[in-house]
Design a protein around this ligand. Structure first.
Ligand code: MN
Length: 750
């Protein structure tokens, strides 16, 4: 496996022993001018400040900043970045001995600004506290637009922390891995730093889905063992062909990263054999022209797979990635991918923005329509001087690198990037065309603003909508900045409200089915509606909704047909819920706390979801299932899905021990949990009023109430309530039982 890991490629060593000489040695090898005295002094200061502190692994703390500085040095960043890397944890962890002002006095404004930026984003937490989440991502983005080196250091810091994550014992591992997977790896990707991105993803995966990781690792090992011959054969052929034609080149054979294989297998549901680019050869040449020459030779040697050729040289990816990709058929009919690029492109592909200054791109980009997102890169290249001095170049980087975009937040804390100069109308359409079309006003940071207001970085925008809105105004076409918004507005005028009608119509149909029958999925709804529509001579569901929406057909007229289809399509499925992790994904937290009080496999503070099939409560015996979506779903130990699910051999290892944080259920504090109650009663007029009165009296939130199987004399009522724990639940049940006319009260829906 070591061999394979090597082939997967990892960023620098960063082994982290207390040896400044190794770092200085690395710097000497680059042949660039660094301020060695300043770096040495930052090291001495950091060492003094961290004296007596230790990592979870037991190593002296200074090993961590040194390791981070080594990774920064491997990206060939400037002296100030290296100093800031050495000092990045001092202000936070040694506040009694130093301060930002002392750092500024000793190492200058730039180092202080970077250390400050890194310090501010340490508390990023994507799981809890919506407000804090918003606040932290905002800080991060603002810091990013102030000085990109903050993000470089943060990424390298996270990389070293991930490499040493196994030393953490106290149940934080999964949370950290999740944050890495969702925040830092995508950030590295956006900056084009593929090497760091891949390593972050692979390590995170080891903690989020260790079983899946091992499965892929095993597949690779088996396939790799079988195929070493295959790769060597293809490699030899390519090598001699290129040599014959007098090309100078470097040839690498590689296999894809574990995470990207995992992703294809589980997210795109492909089997290992269906993944085309498991094997890849990479050809690195001097010039762009040679890339195309080499491509021609590859296509002479092997048959190509149609539709798999991609020219990212003439059309780079938004994160600056450039390469030619083609998939060809090798010996035995096995396909493999060939990537062809120049050395410069290769460096950019691995280190992204961090690498870009290293090379002087003599020629201007030919593709004038290159995404606007890249304007800042072009600017960087222009400001680069001939004798690339890292310090000078990084100074140029300090100007707002993201100044072609504004980052704003939805009220839920999602970050939306808008082209500079976008208005709140553009924002509304960036969210969804229906949000734009129904917009009647907007708030920024809680204050009503005119709709032509241009938001700035970090503002929270809330779009006010109304279902009675008559749609966009033609004036908006003159105000909006983005093509996306303009197109959507035009579309609306073209359809003259058809879209509105469809939404309204769909809403009415959904309401009717939910009221009379019960819950359903989007796919089931489509089936129901398609069948009913065909029966009345309408082919497309949207035409059907449109007709209802503009009032051409009353829902009451087709209600009976909807009910029939529901019974035919949905009810049999409800009775045989498959024991797959998928169903857990549909659990939507309402205004209810869902993460409280569970310890999984000895780890508290773990990303859990409560299974919809059994809705466990504190006090129930529970068990966890490690899903392929990076979470752990918690079931009651006696849930029928657990009993049948544990029979499935390939999932056996995914079941993990889980229990409530304390033995005393009441100690889980304020958390409430969704629980289901089914009640059978005499069909009398006051029943529902009595039920709601009991719940109101007990201060229990009623989240959903459905009645079905109504006969002349009896009725079944399904309730979803917010409940604290088992004994709380039992007290609710006994109060409900005491209502006049109630025959039985049970947990869960049958
Ligand atoms: Mn750190």
């Amino acid at each position: 496996m070591e061999d394979i890991k090597k082939r997967l490629g990892e960023v620098s060593a960063g082994g982290g022993d207390d040896n400044i000489d190794r770092l200085l040695g690395m710097l000497a090898l680059t042949g660039k001018k660094y301020n060695i005295e300043k770096i040495r002094s930052a090291y001495e200061y950091s060492k003094e400040l961290h004296e007596g502190q230790f990592r979870n692994s037991g190593d002296p703390y200074i090993t961590h900043p040194i390791a981070v500085a080594e990774i920064i040095a491997s990206l060939e960043l400037d002296s100030d970045s290296i100093c800031a890397a050495l000092l990045h944890d001092t202000v936070e962890d040694c506040s009694s001995k130093t301060s930002l002002d002392s750092i500024r006095a000793r190492f200058g404004e730039d180092v202080a600004v970077i250390v400050d930026g890194v310090t501010k984003i340490v508390d990023l937490n994507i799981e809890n506290k919506e407000e804090a989440h918003i606040e932290n991502i905002r800080k991060m983005l603002l810091a990013m637009s102030k000085d990109i080196r903050v993000i470089f250091i943060k990424l390298c810091d996270r990389l070293h922390n991930m490499r040493t994550l196994s030393a953490k014992k106290d149940g934080k591992r999964r949370t950290i891995a999740l944050e890495t997977m969702y925040v830092y790896a995508p950030l590295a990707h956006r900056l084009g730093m593929q090497k760091i991105k891949q390593e972050l993803e692979n390590i995170s995966l080891q903690y989020l889905d260790p079983i899946g990781y091992r499965e892929v690792e095993k597949e690779i090992e088996e396939k790799y063992g079988q195929s070493i011959n295959f790769i060597e054969n293809a490699r030899a052929k390519v090598d001699s062909k290129l040599r014959e034609n007098g090309l100078k080149f470097t040839l690498e054979g590689r296999i894809k990263s574990i995470y990207s294989l995992y992703n294809k297998m589980y997210s795109q549901n492909k089997s290992f054999d269906e993944i085309y680019d498991f094997y890849a050869l990479r050809i690195i040449v001097e010039t762009e022209l040679e890339c195309y020459t080499a491509l021609g030779m590859i296509h002479e040697l092997f048959n190509s797979v149609p539709g798999r050729f991609k020219d990212y040289i003439s059309t780079p990816k938004p994160n600056m990635y450039r390469s030619l990709h083609t998939t060809v058929i090798g010996r035995g009919g096995i396909p493999f991918e060939v990537q062809i690029r120049t050395y410069e492109m290769h460096h950019v592909a691995e280190y992204g923005i961090a690498a870009h200054w290293k090379y002087k791109s003599g020629e201007k980009t030919k593709d004038e329509e290159l995404s606007k997102r890249l304007e800042w890169v072009a600017k960087l290249v222009e400001t680069e001087s001939d004798n690339a001095d890292p310090d000078e170049f990084m100074h140029a980087l300090k100007t707002d690198v993201f100044n072609d975009e504004t980052f704003v937040f939805t009220p839920k804390g999602d970050v939306i990037a808008l082209p500079l100069g976008s208005t709140v109308i553009d924002f509304a359409y960036a969210i969804h065309s229906q949000v734009g079309n129904r917009m009647v006003g907007a708030k920024i940071n809680g204050m009503i603003v005119p709709i032509d207001r241009i938001p700035t970085n970090g503002e929270i925008i809330e779009i006010l909508t109304s279902s009675s809105s008559k749609g966009p105004s033609r004036d908006w076409l003159k105000i909006v900045k983005t093509g996306e918004a303009r197109n959507k507005i035009r579309q609306w005028f073209k359809k003259e409200g058809r879209a509105e009608n469809i939404v309204v119509g769909k809403n009415e149909v959904e309401k009717e089915i939910r009221r009379a029958c019960g819950p359903f999925t989007e796919a089931q709804l489509r089936d129901i509606v398609t069948n009913v529509a065909k029966k009345i001579g309408i082919q497309e569901p949207d035409d059907f909704y449109n007709t209802i929406g503009y009032g051409g057909l009353a829902v009451s007229k087709i209600a009976a047909r909807l009910h029939d289809e529901y019974e035919r399509i949905v009810e049999p499925e409800i009775k045989e819920i498959p024991a797959t992790p998928e169903q857990v994904k549909t659990t939507k937290p309402k205004n209810i706390k869902h993460n409280g009080g569970i310890v999984v496999d000895g780890e508290s503070d773990c990303h859990v979801k409560f299974a919809k099939c059994c809705n466990p409560l504190p006090g129930d015996a529970v068990i966890g299932f490690v899903t392929r979506g990076f979470g752990v779903s918690i079931h009651k130990a006696d849930c029928p899905n657990v009993i049948s699910g544990r029979q499935i051999p390939e999932n056996r290892d995914r079941w993990v021990e889980a229990h409530w944080e304390t033995q005393s259920p009441s100690a889980t504090g304020e958390s409430v949990y969704e629980s289901l109650i089914q009640l059978k009663a005499e069909n009398n007029l006051t029943l529902l009023a009595d039920i709601t009165a009991v719940l109101a009296d007990m201060k229990v939130a009623l989240m959903q109430i459905n009645t079905n199987q109504r006969t002349e004399h009896t009725i079944t009522v399904n309730l979803t309530v917010a409940c604290k724990n088992v004994s709380h639940f039992n007290s609710i049940v006994s109060r409900l039982r005491s209502i006049k006319g109630v025959d039985s009260v049970m947990r869960g829906f049958v």
